[in-house]
Design a protein around this ligand. Structure first.
Ligand SMILES: NC(=O)c1ccc[n+]([C@@H]2O[C@H](COP(=O)([O-])OP(=O)(O)OC[C@H]3O[C@@H](n4cnc5c(N)ncnc54)[C@H](OP(=O)(O)O)[C@@H]3O)[C@@H](O)[C@H]2O)c1
Length: 201
């Protein structure tokens, strides 16, 4: 069965972006601190010099990158300028939206717009992911999938910063959810936490 996993960097007060995020301020006010650890190691992980995590983060990042599909929301997609049509993980990506974007999805790209909601999006992601995990990489999609009982695992990169506002990872959803902590990796400027979601039934 394909594992469905949330993979996000989050501040100690629970935000994935600071206030006033947008294409000109991708992670909001103060939010770039959430990604500092990605480049703190000096040595690139692969060919892309943007990803040079510290030594103790490298196995975790390698694992996060080894996903079979990425599921995200339209705001993340727009802010990232659709990653130019190829997600940094190299995996096919699915963008939940009400209105398909004019570019960076469709033939010749790794992206697909999904207008039919989270169940449709996960169905499509499962078809391409095979045995590899599906990674959910936006707050609103994470909240919807958690609330619908569709998530197996949370992989959070906890960064020691307080943003005081912005895009809350959990907001008011999903309501009470039991979690079991299955891994903690202490690294430089980040603690990698893994939780298994206790799904009823
Ligand atoms: N810290 C991290 O690791 C990390 C990672 C990724 C992103 N981010 C940040 O997170 C922020 C964006 O996250 P977000 O949660 O605000 O937004 P998001 O999930 O990226 O996008 C929300 C939008 O997606 C579309 N959407 C979501 N669910 C849908 C559904 N069921 N059906 C149809 N359309 C749906 C809607 O757009 P439309 O109605 O316009 O179509 C909705 O407004 C940005 O600041 C980004 O930089 C942080």
């Amino acid at each position: 069965m394909t594992l469905v996993s949330i993979g996000l960097s989050v501040s100690l007060d629970g935000y994935v972006a600071g206030p006033h995020d947008g294409p000109d301020n991708p992670l909001g006010d103060g939010g770039s601190r959430l990604f500092t650890w990605w480049t703190a190691g000096g040595e690139p992980l692969g060919d892309d010099p943007r990803f040079a995590p510290p030594a103790r983060s490298r196995p975790v990042v390698a694992e996060l990158f080894d996903c079979g599909a990425v599921l995200t929301g339209r705001r993340t997609f727009d802010i990232a300028r659709g990653w130019g049509g190829q997600h940094p993980t190299g995996a096919p990506f699915f963008v939940l939206t009400h209105e398909p974007p004019p570019r960076w999805v469709g033939p010749g790209t790794g992206g697909t717009a999904v207008t039919g909601g989270i169940h449709r999006a996960l169905e499509a992601a499962r078809r391409v992911a095979g045995d590899r995990p599906i990674s959910i990489t936006s707050a609103s999609v994470a909240q919807q999938c958690l609330a619908a009982g569709l998530v197996d695992e949370l992989n959070l990169n906890l960064v020691p910063v307080l943003l005081g506002g912005g895009v809350a990872l959990f907001g008011e959803r999903p309501g009470p959810t039991a979690l079991e902590c299955t891994r903690v990796v202490e690294s430089d400027g980040v603690t990698h936490l893994r939780y298994r979601v206790d799904r009823p039934g």
